[in-house]
Design a protein around this ligand. Sequence first.
Ligand SMILES: [Zn+2]
Ligand SMILES: [Zn+2]
Length: 319
Amino acid sequence: MKGLYFDGMLILRDDIEKPEAKEGEALIKILMAAVCNTDKEIIKGYKGFKGVLGHEFVGVVEESSDRNLVGKRVVGEINIGCGKCSFCKAGFKNHCEDREVLGMIGKNGSFAEYITLPNQNIHLVPDNVTDLEAVYVEPLAAALEITEKCHVKPSHKVAIVGDGKLAYMIAQIISLTACDLSIIGKHNEKLDTMKNIAKTMLLSKLDYENYFDIVIDSTGNEQGLIIAQKIVKAMGVIILKSTYNIKAKLSPPDWVVKEITIIGTRCGPVDAALRLFERKLISVDSLAIGFYLLEEYEEALNPQNMKKTIFYISKTLDI
Ligand SMILES: [Zn+2]
Ligand SMILES: [Zn+2]
């Protein structure tokens, strides 16, 4: 089968072995898959992964021991735990030390015609959720994990640092809490798309210090935490969402003096993300989206490409 394979270099191959669904697994034909910042960081060396990239997708189950899944449109949780360790037994397979992660650790990902996933990782997509929305379920779930880990109160002053795709999903979720929300970014045109849900400000004009109760970093790079540690107020919370391949220059003594809580958050509840789309509480309409075929991967994955990149894989371009 065809797939975008990374082995120190990214290449489009057509000789990748089609995966076979083992006991308890499903074979999924990929309709669409989206590029996330983590994919770009893996290409720069984050995680040292070799294999097919990609973990944001919507597909159709072709084979599964669970007859209820066959023929259905689905999305999936990307962490596959060992099922035996204390984390897995407690329901935290995301933290299993022996886990595989789709397109990241030990498991070929969704920039290919087919993937397999355990049946228990699979979630049916409701009929009124579009393919385009479904492909955003994984990042939306990751954004929802913030509210799993931190109580955002309506009275809080909250800042999101970053104005990319993840920031847009986070902003929509956090705005549902009715808090006093600001988005700090570098791109006027992106900030403009978020004006209806938050105050927006350019990083170059940022003059806040020790101001916000909660600061959420979604920059995808080390700058986010550097800005966050300055603008968070004493006893505030910094929430980190960025995964990157560089060691940031930080000032932990400031965290001590200000008694800051730092929370790292990663993957979140997929069911909840699907419910938000089903109830039409989240929109992907304002996102700048670029649609590509796998053959156009060089342009699609170019670090300068600021659009949310979606690969049409088994879906035709006129849909
Ligand atoms: Zn992602
Ligand atoms: Zn485990």
